[in-house]
Structure formats: structure tokens, C-alpha cells
Design a protein around this ligand. Sequence first.
Ligand SMILES: [Zn+2]
Length: 103
Amino acid sequence: MRVRLLPLERCEVCVGAGFIQGIFHRMACAGCNGGGFVKQDGTALDYPQLVEQLRLRLAMSGAERKRLQQVLERAGLKPVEGAASGYQGNNKKGAGGAHFTGD
Ligand SMILES: [Zn+2]
């Protein structure tokens, strides 16, 4: 089965958040089934279709992030900054050139 990316609009009931703040607790938005997106006619996607569409967008977002990271690396810019950089790859500071984080 081929999954097709549907054009979606932001849910105007929850303004894309996917939930509504009730009096006592947060509730999943009934206008979009908690997804934050609706079909172009303004109706909510049913759950299997919603999961499918969000999964496609997540995969696209991950691929885009990876592509942008490669562009930054090719340009000589370091995309990973701060404490996280100590955990990426091998810093060769350990015994025999092994990775060492010190914690
Ligand atoms: Zn909504």
C-alpha cells in the first residue's frame, strides 16, 4: 500500500497544539483528534490516517535535519555545540585513543 502525503491545515480549534486546556485538565482536541492538523475541508483525520500522516512528516523532518546538518558540516561549521558535542563520535581522549567523556 502506497501512503500519500495529504495537504493538511493547522487546526483552528486548538491552534495546532492538539489539546485544549479544560477547567481541570488538558484534553485532546476533538477538532483534530489531538494531531494539531486537519484536512483541507477542516475535518479531523481518523486515527490510522492521522498516525500515517504524522509519521510521514516526522520522516521528512528527520531527513531534512540530516541534510541541513551535512550542509553545515560541508561548510565547516559545527552543528553540535555545548555538552552534547562531547558525546558525538570519538574524541580520542581515552586509553589507546578510545572515546572518553570523563563521567
Ligand atoms: Zn485541534
